[in-house]
Design a protein around this ligand. Structure first.
Ligand code: NAD
Length: 499
């Protein structure tokens, strides 16, 4: 695909899309192959219903083969024992190839899962930055010499773990992938990637680029297919040493069980959320805060783990603030994902679309006040407008469950203590935000929030230097930063007796 000119308008993106062809085989042992069973599943564009391809549907047999290949590659040491600086060069080469092909990669994600092209481009920037950051870290990670007596030399070595299976979701297909594979590969592991069955295509294009960059055969493999089949097989494998997972809390719990039923593999989980966004009456520039509060839930159609889905507003400004959020939401209507001006795109598939509409119906039935949206747009395409419910009470299902769609629930509070208690009244603990100008309050509330991320006077801030992950049932792992790299290594303590 030609990438000489940067597309600017919808027609340009459509022209690029018309030229695209997709790899649909599984990538095992350096080759694209059909699934052992010969089965395939459909990949469709949710904005148009168009069939993009029939993708290899891997099963236990493919998982077994890929795991054996990955283990052999690890034992051979071509990658696992390569000097870190050399692994770094290869990963930087992969990042350069992704950069050179970023329009195509972004377009694939947009076509495959319906997000606006501008969001996909921003995901690519994040994915590439992650690869570069982790590549740069690996030759700066030192082992230790323990402070023992002179008769001993005690070393703490950091080594790769072995075979890492990365199981990722569909909402940021390539960016979530990069957050896993960049540190896992940098550390010297063999990696098997299981993309979501709802967005497998960019992972397969990535496999081509990884091969072109020089990642040795068997070190990076991609198994498209269904979670309960091939994902489960990886979870139960005796030869997988680590599962790094991003997805729902329910599947995260299953993966921990698989580890217990098999080889006690490490299981790093980045799971769901129901994140509170707390607006105090003393916040600065209320119009801007309202705009951020709307974007916090409606970005990426609300299909975001850290979506600010629970808006907690101090009652003294609540009426005014909600009006401003509604105005901001009005400007965030879904549109053609190929149009660079669309803020929201299509829901990923019929199941997710019906699930979100089901929650909206439940919200109405439970007595919440529907202030905007609530009805799907006329087809074709799976579009749901920004939907805002006010007068939500904590017991309602829309207040408790992760909807993973463009549905905002609004609550009022009178005191700081009440706000923190409401914010923490959830099994999740992924992200939380607060808007205030009082530094003492900011620090009190920040410490009180049970959350992996706290955003103060912003939403979703962070870069590669910051770890990302949850507490409580939002998971236990950390993506990004040197903390993430450390998760893909294990310590070996060496006690040497000297004469
Ligand atoms: P999901 O849990 O349904 O699927 C995630 C991945 O797990 C997919 O690849 C799927 O095929 C696989 N899977 C499903 N069942 C499996 C099984 N039994 N064994 C092994 N693998 C299995 O989640 P989803 O719908 O793809 O993504 C949405 C969820 O992801 C939301 O809950 C969202 O909050 C979460 N998420 C979390 C983060 C984070 O960083 N915390 C980021 C993005 C998304």
């Amino acid at each position: 695909m030609s990438q000489k000119h940067s597309p600017r308008i919808r027609a340009d993106w459509q022209a690029l899309a018309d030229e695209l062809s997709f790899e649909t085989g599984a990538f095992i042992d350096g080759e694209f192959v059909a699934a052992a069973s010969g089965d395939t599943f459909e990949s469709r564009n949710p904005a148009t219903g168009e069939l993009l391809g029939q993708v290899a549907s891997c099963t236990e047999a493919d998982a077994e083969r890929a795991v054996t290949v990955a283990r052999d590659a690890f034992q051979r040491g071509e990658w696992s024992r390569l000097a870190p600086g050399k692994r770094k060069r290869t990963l930087l080469q992969l990042a350069d190839l992704m950069e050179a092909n970023k329009q195509e990669l972004a377009l694939i994600d947009t076509l495959d899962m319906g997000k606006p092209i501008t969001s996909s481009l921003s995901d690519m920037a994040g994915a590439i930055a992650c690869l570069r950051y982790q590549a740069e870290c690996i030759d700066k990670l030192y082992g230790e010499v323990a402070p023992t007596g002179e008769e001993t030399l005690a070393l703490v070595l950091r080594e790769p773990i072995g075979v890492v299976a990365a199981i990722v979701p569909w909402n940021f297909p390539l960016m979530m992938t990069a957050w896993k594979i960049a540190p896992a590969l940098a550390a010297g592991n063999s990696v098997i990637l299981k993309p979501s069955e709802k967005s497998p295509l960019s992972a397969l294009r990535l496999a081509q680029l990884a091969q072109e960059a020089g990642i040795p055969r068997g070190v990076f493999q991609v198994l498209p297919g269904f979670g309960h089949v091939v994902g489960r097989a990886l979870g139960l494998s005796m030869q997988v040493d680590c599962i790094s997972f991003t997805g729902s809390t329910a599947v995260g719990k299953q993966l921990m069980q698989y580890a217990g039923q098999s080889n006690l593999k490490r299981v790093y989980l980045e799971c769901g959320g129901k994140s509170p966004n707390i607006v105090f009456a003393d916040c600065k520039e209320i119009d801007k805060v309202a705009g951020h509060a709307a974007a916090a839930i409606f970005y990426n159609q609300g299909e975001v783990c850290i979506a600010g889905s629970r808006l907690l507003v101090e009652n003294s400004i609540r009426e005014t603030f909600v009006e401003k959020v509604l105005t901001a939401a009005e400007g965030m209507q879904p549109g053609d994902p190929l149009d660079p001006d669309s803020f929201m795109g299509a829901m990923v598939d019929e199941t997710q679309y019906q699930r979100v509409l089901g929650y909206i119906r439940q919200g109405v039935e439970e007595g919440a006040r529907l202030r905007s949206g609530g009805q799907a747009l006329e087809g074709p395409g799976l579009f749901i407008p920004p939907t805002v419910f006010d007068n939500v009470t904590p017991a309602m299902s829309i207040a408790r469950e992760e909807i993973f769609g463009p549905v905002l629930t609004v609550f009022g509070f009178d005191t700081e203590e009440e706000a923190v208690a409401m914010a923490n009244d959830t099994p999740y603990g992924l992200a939380a935000g607060l808007w205030s100008q009082d530094i003492d309050r900011i620090m009190r509330v920040t410490r009180g929030l049970e959350s992996g991320q706290v955003y103060v006077n912003n939403w979703a801030g962070g870069d590669q230097t910051m770890p990302f992950g949850g507490v409580k049932q939002s998971g236990n792992g950390r993506d990004k930063s040197p903390h993430s790299l450390a998760e893909y290594t294990q310590l070996k303590s060496v006690w040497m007796s000297l004469q």
